[in-house]
Write a protein that binds this ligand. Structure first.
Ligand SMILES: Nc1ncnc2c1ncn2[C@@H]1O[C@H](COP(=O)(O)OP(=O)(O)OP(=O)(O)O)[C@@H](O)[C@H]1O
Length: 352
């Protein structure tokens, strides 16, 4: 496939994304090329691998293959992707006056759910659902992108030298990810709930200040009964939908398949936030246990911990400083007054 690198259209924590303009002799469409240093390309290679195993789905960004190149003396690994001309949903929300109408958020939620149902049915979890990873197309459709952290469900991921790797974007992390280092399909549903809150309010699901310590956020997510606040301006259906996403126990959280039958997304009707305040539709009549295909996800294994003062809404991989015996103990340690040496740790892994 012959292409030349065009303008930069996005920057992630470990890659840059440019337009990939086909040369005159090529018949390929305009694409996006996501590149990183060849020597640090494991996430991009994982992304390519997962996307090729997933195959085509209209709700998932398409990958046209990988490529290696030397540019300005740097060896690069690149993925060629379907180009989403509308950019990411986070920018779109900001450019739409700070938040979206409920009807629009509902439509995007439906598409994301369809993508998630497909991904989960194929035995994968995305593990990094957030507005920056949902891309918009000219026709108003959205697709799920950035599969760098995606993994096979039911498998524990281990990091370098056998250490567990704690991963994700803190504001979107589920309680079981915080407490048990568990990353399976239910964590995508929790993150979808966070994304929906952000779409309709323009603010993160967890109300916290930019300077908030990650440990404090982790405690709120993992310990006790606190849940993200459900926006008051949402319709009754929307509130009920979120209550099915924000279930602390991943075994009783609704699946993508179940949620696609929820009245909030099941119908194509368009109700604005204002309109929805006036109507009072019935809440969902269904309970998770009515679904025969429900499979409980066993929790397991040694836990790891790590924390960072980095922005709570950016993605990072973190590895263990030590094993801890229980979630409560793990969080107690996070909350301790012990002063950390932030500048160096032998077991410290890249924080993006
Ligand atoms: N196929 C695409 N078409 C258009 N824009 C894209 C495409 N892929 C990525 N982008 C833009 O680039 C940004 C960064 O991409 P992506 O999230 O895949 O990178 P990343 O390095 O994995 O990011 P992070 O690790 O921070 O989540 C996206 O938020 C989006 O704005």
């Amino acid at each position: 496939m012959d292409w030349v690198r065009g303008d930069c259209i996005g920057c992630g924590s470990f890659s840059t994304v440019n337009l990939a303009i086909p040369t005159k002799s090529s018949s390929s469409p305009l694409m996006a090329v996501k590149s990183c240093d060849l020597f640090d390309s494991s996430l991009l290679e994982n992304e390519k691998d997962v996307l090729s195993q997933l195959g085509y789905c209209e709700h998932i960004i398409q990958c046209f293959g990988g490529d290696q190149s030397v540019e300005n003396g740097q060896r690069l690994y690149s993925l060629l992707l379907e180009y989403a001309s509308g950019g990411n949903l986070s920018h779109w929300v900001k450019n739409s006056g700070g938040c979206l109408r409920e009807s629009e958020a509902r439509r995007y939620t439906r598409s994301i759910l369809k993508g998630l149902r497909y991904i989960h049915a194929k035995g994968f979890a995305h593990c990094d659902i957030k507005l920056e990873n949902i891309l918009l197309f000219e026709n108003g459709e959205v697709k799920i992108a950035d599969f760098g952290l995606a993994k096979k469900t039911g498998q524990k991921q281990s990091g370098e030298q056998g250490r567990m790797v704690f991963r994700g974007t803190p504001l979107y992390m589920s309680p079981e990810s915080v407490n048990e280092n568990e990353y399976d399909s239910p964590c995508d549903i929790w993150a979808l709930g966070c994304a929906l809150v952000e779409m309709v309010t323009g603010k993160p699901a967890w109300n916290c200040k930019p300077e908030t310590n990650i440990a404090a956020l982790m405690i709120r997510i993992g310990v006790g009964d606190e849940l993200p606040e459900i926006p008051q301006e949402l319709s009754k259906e929307g509130k009920d939908f979120l209550s099915k996403c924000f279930v602390k126990d991943p075994r009783t959280r609704w699946t993508a398949d179940m949620l696609l039958d929820h009245p909030f997304v099941a119908t194509e009707n368009t109700v604005t936030l204002k309109e929805s305040k006036q109507s009072s539709p019935s809440s969902s009549p269904r309970c998770p246990f009515e679904y025969p295909e429900w499979v409980s996800v066993p929790s397991s294994s040694p836990k790891t911990e790590l924390w960072s003062n980095k922005e709570v809404n950016s993605r990072f991989d973190w590895s263990s400083l030590s094993y801890s015996p229980s979630p409560a103990e793990r969080l107690r340690q996070l909350a301790s007054d012990e002063v950390c040496n932030w500048s160096f740790s032998e077991s410290w892994v890249t924080v993006r």
